[in-house]
Design a binder for this molecule. Structure first.
Ligand code: GLY
Ligand code: MN
Ligand code: MN
Length: 449
């Protein structure tokens, strides 16, 4: 039998903890992610839905977790049956008995029995946690199941089973990373950081963005990552001004600044690092000025992080500090207070300073509680990613800054007394970068034709 990625005890503990936040006599339904067609009959590589993995460790498609804490069999998994022919083509399936044994759930059923069995598990419940609008086919299946539940409730007077979105429920728990999760995240960050270093070493004029992308994937996979945590951005020169640049197919030009935003996913936890540095190994005066300005803001914001600080304080400080940098570099001109009021810095910094980080690169958890920004707590993990992006065709900016995009992004864990930069080992000081760039072997002298 294939060994589960992580000991199933971890997931049982997570379910037990979640049970404490669920309403009395409630049930939770979490489906697997659907398989998606890439083209014709070929699928995209499969990755389990984060919530399904978080609560079960089960990686197969066409599966559903039903969790009913106030019952004698709290955890039920619906799974694909063993199928020798299918397994000949697509590989090992745990099957109904194998899944029960390997994933420490209380009972399993074939997924084909979902419509017959799930209504019985839900009929006596007072509340269902289920997140709609992720998979239209599964929504339709649930509609049929909930109709059947209403019929089973008969003339009890209870009507439809009330539904709460499961995302905030599970998201609140995922927001605070356990010791175990902190370890997994640290590993994802370490792999990401080491791969960035190899990419920096391979950077030189003439190499293609795609070659560096390929190198990043090789380096993370060699270190045990299953995949990238999100679409890698390798953006040279003015390409970096496109925040989620996707093409990754240009040759790096002598004189460009390269921006690379990439993270490794290890055991369903991802790093999210951005580094920006000169392709030829030496910052020009203007590149250095812009870079140092962003770096100083990033360091200042990271220094602020400790329990009790609020997200909006980090965001507001980032805006103010970037605006001051833009004024000092004469990219913006005018009255500071007036510019701040009109959010003038947004032209050069159109995104936020941070997002939660975990199993999803933009991880779950709310920013506000009861309409108020929530204070940071130990165990939260998020990015700090200020940047400045000056488009090549921005005729209002001094010419020497045009066509440069800088973002510097690290991954920060809030600790009881302050913070830990989990991506500290990825160089970002000017001198460190300059001595590393191009110091590796020439991995690819070719071009993309
Ligand atoms: N890599 C996506 C982001 O930084 O949010
Ligand atoms: Mn990010
Ligand atoms: Mn990023």
């Amino acid at each position: 039998m294939r060994k589960p990625l992580i000991d199933s005890q971890v997931f049982k503990q997570r379910r037990d903890l979640l049970a404490k936040s669920m309403e009395k006599n409630s049930a939770l339904v979490v489906p697997a992610h659907p398989e998606l067609i890439r083209n014709n009959d070929v699928h995209h590589p499969y990755r389990q839905s984060t919530n399904m993995f978080y609560l079960t460790g089960f990686e197969e498609a066409e599966s559903v977790l039903v969790f009913v804490p106030d019952s004698d069999k709290p955890a039920t998994l619906f799974v694909r049956k063993k199928d020798p022919l299918k397994e000949t083509w697509d590989g090992f399936l745990y099957g109904v008995d194998g899944a029960k044994e390997a994933f420490q759930v209380d009972q399993t059923f074939p997924i084909d029995d979902l419509e017959a069995e799930l209504p019985k598990l839900l009929a006596e419940r007072s509340l269902l946690y289920f997140s709609q609008n992720h998979d239209p086919d599964f929504d339709q299946t649930m509609n049929g199941i909930l109709k059947r539940v209403r019929a089973l409730r008969g003339r009890s007077g209870e009507g439809n089973l009330p539904i709460h979105d499961s995302y905030p429920l599970i998201g609140e728990q995922r927001l605070i990373k356990s010791e175990f999760e902190q370890g997994e995240l640290r590993k994802a960050c370490k792999i990401s950081s080491e791969a960035h270093i190899e990419v920096i070493k391979a950077t030189r004029p003439g190499i293609n963005e795609r070659a560096l992308h390929g190198l990043f994937i090789k380096e993370i996979m060699q270190r045990g990552a299953a995949r990238e945590g999100y679409g890698t951005i390798v953006a040279t020169g003015n390409n970096a001004v496109t925040l989620h640049y996707v093409f990754n197919d240009c040759d790096l030009q002598d004189g460009d600044v390269l921006l690379i935003d990439a993270g490794a996913e290890y055991h369903y936890y991802t790093g999210d690092i951005t580094r920006s540095y000169p392709v030829n190994g030496e910052f020009t005066g203007a590149q250095r000025d812009l870079y140092q300005a962003v770096l100083q803001v990033q360091k200042d914001i990271i220094e602020m992080i400790q329990p009790g600080v609020k997200f909006n304080e980090l965001q507001d400080q980032t805006y103010e500090k970037l605006l001051d940098a833009l004024l000092q570099l004469k990219i913006l001109k005018g009255d500071r207070e007036a510019l701040l009021k009109e959010n003038a810095q947004r032209k050069y910094y159109p995104h936020g300073v941070s997002h939660y980080l975990g199993s999803d690169v933009h991880d779950s958890g709310t920013r506000k509680v009861n309409g108020e920004f929530r204070p940071l707590e130990a165990g939260m993990c998020f990015t700090v990613e200020p940047g400045l992006y000056v488009a090549a065709n921005d005729e209002t900016a001094p010419a020497e800054f045009r066509g440069i995009g800088i973002r510097i992004e690290d991954n920060i864990l809030v600790t009881p007394t302050g913070h830990e930069n989990m991506t500290q080992s990825c160089p970002k000081e000017v001198d460190d970068l300059e001595s590393l760039i191009g110091s590796g072997s020439d991995i690819w002298a070719g071009t993309v034709s």
